[in-house]
Every structure is written in structure tokens, then in C-alpha cells.
Design a protein around this ligand. Structure first.
Ligand code: ADP
Ligand code: MG
Length: 593
């Protein structure tokens, strides 16, 4: 057997090259480190040039405080930093850098030049090739620092191989510049890529002005201001209106104490705040700046410093969520708010005589479809026996005169006027100069969701003919998991054989066919919690798109809906109503710009 290789201390070059693997993963991470250094040096003007996605060339020039000629060599020495001298300093760090790793790492995997001047005219430079100094001298330059990196990773082919296409590396560099541009509004920033001017941000621009360079104006206009503080944490920034949510998650930018970070806790708090306002597969735009006392956040989690760890994650989560919700609520478009009256657009002889009731005084709160519309809309109920059964199972037989909702008497003087139903799905109303369109299903769903949520134990209706469900074995396990929840919702269930469940009572909000479809839906995928069950139930019980509503039904529905405090989205996050005011209509018809 061969003797083992002796243990040796790695040369400093090799140490740096290995460290570079973590600190500079790609050109954009090198660029990030350089911008951080310029900002730490209190630069007010930074100009950046890259070629070929940063791989062949990066140059950054700042007007910061500069580096003393005698310290240039230290600047590219590993673990040498001017920003930290004691471990306790880590708890009160206000600079981006503190590890003293970036410059030596970059210089070890590239052809590198640093030149710097403490005062105008008197600069010095160092030339470094793959970690070795190959030249030094004096140079005339204004106060500040210029760093040039050529042929990044050309001595580490393994790393070079992992770089993506030039366009991707280019985009990543652009993203990095933008991230800092958005948090350092007082700094002028110029960015050129392969000779093309990409950004020129002027000092003292607002966040919105800077965002206009990259996001469509329609999105920027619809960003709402966030300003919230609780105990020692403060949150500021801008959050997108739910109506402009989109399918990509890359428009959520998070900063902690000005440092751009990626953070799962803050991200999930943002998602929570938008929950119910946007769809499950959508993401909002948000730029959040968190200010947290430096001793309550650990920034030394990873060499790239893009992750942080909070001492009190719960508080951070709660504050971000609360701050965002507050901003969204303050800025949500108010539709039919206040004490306006609501009525038909023209006097109606009340011949439609309320075939269904939308009761608000007991918690049925439901539009019970008339017998004829059940036959039309639900083919499963084709025999009249079943229909009779359905109404008998509802406890009392259905009578038109029971409907308690009273139509407003004066029709012409109402502020809000019902104009009609479009595509048997959308209810069109006018409110002064504004036009409002509601989705009847979404509106009713929202309404029922609240009813269900506020009545933890639902009333149940026994079925004359119990439903028998034949299930797969996996569904049996699943139904047992939510057995108690289903009982609370009003179901009476019994396992009659290993694979059969007998349903002898259902929630009174559902018809037997709705109940069946509810159960098959909730048994389809696992991990449904109670709130999911409520929303599926609301969906099943709600009037559907394509159902004809009489004006009085439509009015009752809208009137009940507008009493809800949180009404602009259905439980799945789809909008319930849209509104255009005169101004918006004028813009749309290009009467005004
Ligand atoms: P760190 O930023 O963690 O201290 P770096 O390797 O990035 O480590 O930089 C090493 C040192 O070089 C810094 O502490 C700083 O003193 C100096 N330095 C780097 N870049 C600049 C710059 N643009 N302007 C002034 N000083 C700089
Ligand atoms: Mg640094």
C-alpha cells in the first residue's frame, strides 16, 4: 500500500481560487461585489461597463474615498478588510462587505487591475494575473477607484464551463445593477453592455422613476406605497396592485438594511398578504425595504451575503404581512361603498316575483335555484321524483312568498343602477359616472364563503336517499383525514364497507348533486385544510356562470355582496368586480391622455 499523501497548507493562490468558487460564481456575482465596494466607499457616481456578459470584461469606476497606495496589496489579500476588526462588529455592521474575500477571489481567477486615488490626480495601480502581481505604478486619475477584470475564470475551465449563454449572463449582470440602483437612489449609475447604453440613473430620482426604466408604466402606476413599522422593524417600498399580478416571480425584490437578499420568510409573508387577492399561480410585484436592528439579523450566513437569518422570524413574517395588507386595503378600489341606494335602471313591474330567495336574515343566504332552472342547468336531476326529493330534503318545501328580500321602491333616484346581465354571467351596473361589472359566480362565492366561515358548525339536511360513494383505497385514507372537518361542515358519513362511504346528510347549502361534486373535488387532491373546504363548498353552492338571473335576484345579490368588508376577490383570488370611472373611460377612448 502506498503511504498517504502528506498534509500540506494550500498556497494562498489556491486558497483564493477555492474561495472564489463560493464568492464569485459568475460574472454577475463579481459585479455585485464590486458595486458593494463602491457603495461602501460612499461613491455618489458609479459607472459600469461589461462585454460578453461580463466574462471577457468588467470595468467599474467610482468616485468613492479611494484606497491608499500602500494598501492596494492588502486590498487583494484574503481576509483583509477595512470594515471589521472585531467579531462584535459583525453585530452592528452597516457596510455591504466585511469578509475581505471578494477582491482576492476575483483577482485569483482573472486578469485583474485595480487603480485608486485618495485625492484627485494622485493614483496608484496594481496589475494582477491569476492572483500574482505582475505590475504596479503611479497613474493620474480623479479621486476614486477603477477596477478592471478581464477573462474571468479563464484559468478555471471547470467554472467557465458552467457559465450560461452570454445573453443569460448579461441579464444577470443587468439585474444586479438594477437591484442596487433601486436601493441607492442618491447614487448616479451608468451601465453599458457591449457598447450599448443600458441604464443611466440620475441622482435623486424616485423609486418609481427608476422602476420605469424596467417595468411597464401600467405596472409602475399601479404600485402602492408601503410604510409600516412595528417595534424595531420598519417596512417601506412599493407593492403591486392585485389586478396587475403575473405568472413570474422575479418581480419581488427584497432588501434587508439596504442589502438585496433572497429570503423565504419574507417571500411567504408577501404571498400570505396577497392570498385571496390573486390566483394561486400568480405573483405580485413588490419592492420591500426592511430595516431591522443590526443585532437582530445575521448577515454572515453565506459568502455571497445574499441570505440573512433573523433572530425573530415570526415577528418579521407578521410585520411584513401586516404592512402589506394595510397598504393593499388602503389602496383597494372602492366599489359601491358608503350608504348609496341601489335599484333598477328603469321602473320594473315586479313580474319576476322572486323565484329564488337570497336571504340575508337567516344564514341560508343562498339562491335556491327554481325547479325549472335546476332541470335546465343540471341534467343529473332529470326525474321529477328527484327534484321533489331535493326540496323535501331541504326541511321546508319551497315557497316563493318566503323570499324576504324587499326591492327598493324608488327606482329612478338610486345612485347605483342595475343595467342588466351580459352572457348570463356578468352583472352590469352604473354608479354615478362609473360602470361596474360583476361576475355573478365570483360574487356569490365570496358571499357564501363568508357565511360558511362565520358559522363553524353548518346546518345539515338529511337525505331521503343517502348517497353512496365508492372510493379508491387512497381516497378512503384521505376522507378519513378530513372526516371531522366534513362533519363540521354538515356531512353525516359512515364507512359501510372497506371502500364505500354512505352519506346520509349534507350541508344545507348544497344540493345532493353539488354535494357529490364537492366530495369528488376535495378527494381529488390531498392536503386540503378547512379553508380550502370552505372555498370548494362556496364554489359548489354558488350560482354558476351562464345562469339567468332576474333583475331582482341580481340586485339582491349585489346588495348583499356590497355589505361585505372584504369583497373584491373570490376565495380563489379571482376578482369579483371591475370598475371604470369616467376618467378611465376617457383614457380608454383616447379623449384624454
Ligand atoms: P470587503 O469588502 O469584505 O472588505 P473586499 O475584498 O471586497 O472585502 O475589499 C477589500 C478592501 O478593499 C475593502 O475592505 C476596502 O477597504 C477596499 N476596497 C475595495 N474596493 C474599494 C473601492 N471601490 N473603494 C474604496 N475601497 C475599496
Ligand atoms: Mg467587498
Amino acid at each position: 500500500m502506498q503511504p498517504p499523501a502528506p498534509i500540506r497548507l494550500l498556497s494562498s493562490d489556491l486558497q483564493n481560487q477555492i474561495a472564489a468558487g463560493e464568492v464569485v460564481e459568475r460574472p454577475s456575482s463579481a459585479l455585485k461585489e464590486l458595486i458593494e465596494n463602491s457603495l461602501d466607499a460612499k461613491a455618489t457616481r458609479i459607472s459600469i461597463q461589461i462585454n460578453d456578459g461580463g466574462q471577457s470584461f468588467i470595468r467599474i469606476c467610482d468616485n468613492g474615498h479611494g484606497i491608499d497606495e500602500n494598501q492596494l496589496e492588502l486590498a487583494i489579500t484574503r481576509h483583509a478588510t477595512s470594515k471589521l476588526s472585531h467579531i462584535h462588529d459583525l453585530q452592528k455592521i452597516h457596510s455591504f462587505g466585511f469578509r475581505g474575500e471578494a477582491l482576492p477571489s476575483i483577482a485569483s481567477v482573472s486578469r485583474f487591475r485595480i487603480q485608486s486615488a485618495l485625492v484627485d490626480g494622485e493614483g496608484a495601480y496594481l496589475e494582477v494575473e491569476y492572483g500574482r502581481i505582475i505590475g504596479s505604478g503611479h497613474v493620474a486619475m480623479p479621486q476614486g477607484t477603477i477596477i478592471e477584470i478581464r477573462d474571468l475564470f479563464s484559468n478555471t475551465p471547470a467554472r467557465l464551463k458552467f457559465l450560461k449563454q452570454m445573453t443569460t449572463e448579461n441579464r444577470k449582470c443587468t439585474d444586479v445593477v438594477l437591484r442596487f440602483a433601486l436601493s441607492s437612489l442618491d447614487v448616479e449609475l451608468e451601465f453599458t453592455s457591449s457598447g450599448r447604453d443600458i441604464f443611466h440613473f440620475l441622482p435623486e430620482q424616485s423609486l418609481r422613476q427608476r422602476l420605469c426604466a424596467v417595468w411597464p408604466p401600467q405596472i409602475v402606476q399601479n404600485l402602492h406605497k408601503i410604510q409600516f413599522s412595528e417595534n424595531s422593524t420598519s417596512i417601506s417600498g412599493l407593492a403591486g396592485d392585485p389586478s396587475t399580478a403575473q405568472s413570474r416571480s422575479d418581480k419581488i425584490l427584497i432588501y434587508v438594511n439596504r442589502r438585496p437578499v433572497q429570503d423565504k420568510i419574507i417571500l411567504s409573508a408577501i404571498k400570505e398578504a396577497y392570498r385571496g387577492r390573486i390566483l394561486g399561480n400568480e405573483f405580485p410585484q413588490a419592492i420591500l425595504f426592511l430595516e431591522v436592528p443590526t443585532d437582530e439579523v445575521d448577515i454572515n450566513v453565506h459568502p455571497a451575503k445574499t441570505e440573512v437569518r433573523f433572530q425573530n422570524e415570526r415577528d418579521i413574517f407578521r410585520n411584513v404581512r401586516t404592512g402589506l395588507i394595510k397598504s393593499l386595503e388602503e389602496n383597494s378600489k372602492q366599489i359601491f361603498s358608503g350608504t348609496k341606494t341601489i335599484g333598477l335602471s328603469r321602473p320594473q313591474t315586479n313580474t319576476d316575483s322572486l323565484p329564488r330567495d337570497i336571504t340575508t336574515n337567516d344564514f341560508h343566504y343562498t339562491i335556491k335555484p327554481s325547479i325549472s332552472s335546476i332541470v335546465n342547468s343540471d341534467q343529473k336531476f332529470s326525474s321529477s321524483k328527484e327534484i321533489t326529493e331535493l326540496y323535501e330534503t331541504q326541511g321546508t318545501s319551497y315557497e316563493v312568498s318566503q323570499a324576504p328580500h324587499k326591492l327598493p321602491d324608488v327606482q329612478y333616484e338610486n345612485d347605483i343602477k342595475y343595467l342588466g346581465q351580459i352572457a348570463n354571467t356578468y352583472l352590469v351596473l352604473s354608479d354615478g359616472d362609473a360602470i361596474v361589472i360583476l361576475d355573478q359566480h365570483a360574487v356569490h362565492e365570496r358571499l357564501l364563503y363568508d357565511v360558511i366561515r362565520n358559522n363553524t358548525s353548518q346546518t345539515r339536511q338529511p337525505l331521503l336517499t343517502p348517497l353512496e360513494l365508492s372510493l379508491h383505497s387512497s381516497q378512503i385514507t384521505h376522507i378519513q383525514d378530513i372526516w371531522q372537518d366534513l362533519k363540521e361542515l354538515g356531512f353525516a358519513l359512515e364507512l359501510t364497507s372497506t371502500l364505500t362511504v354512505m352519506v346520509s346528510a349534507i350541508p344545507s347549502l348544497l344540493t345532493p348533486s353539488n354535494a357529490k361534486s364537492f366530495l369528488s373535488d376535495v378527494l381529488e387532491d390531498k392536503n386540503r385544510n378547512m379553508a380550502d373546504l370552505w372555498s370548494v363548498m362556496a364554489c359548489k353552492a354558488a350560482i354558476k356562470a351562464g345562469m339567468v338571473l332576474t333583475p331582482s335576484e341580481a340586485l339582491s345579490l349585489v346588495d348583499a355582496w356590497r355589505q361585505l368588508p372584504d369583497r373584491y376577490h373570490c376565495p380563489h383570488g379571482r376578482p369579483t368586480a371591475i370598475q371604470w370611472n369616467k376618467r378611465e373611460l376617457e383614457k380608454f377612448f383616447k379623449r384624454r391622455t
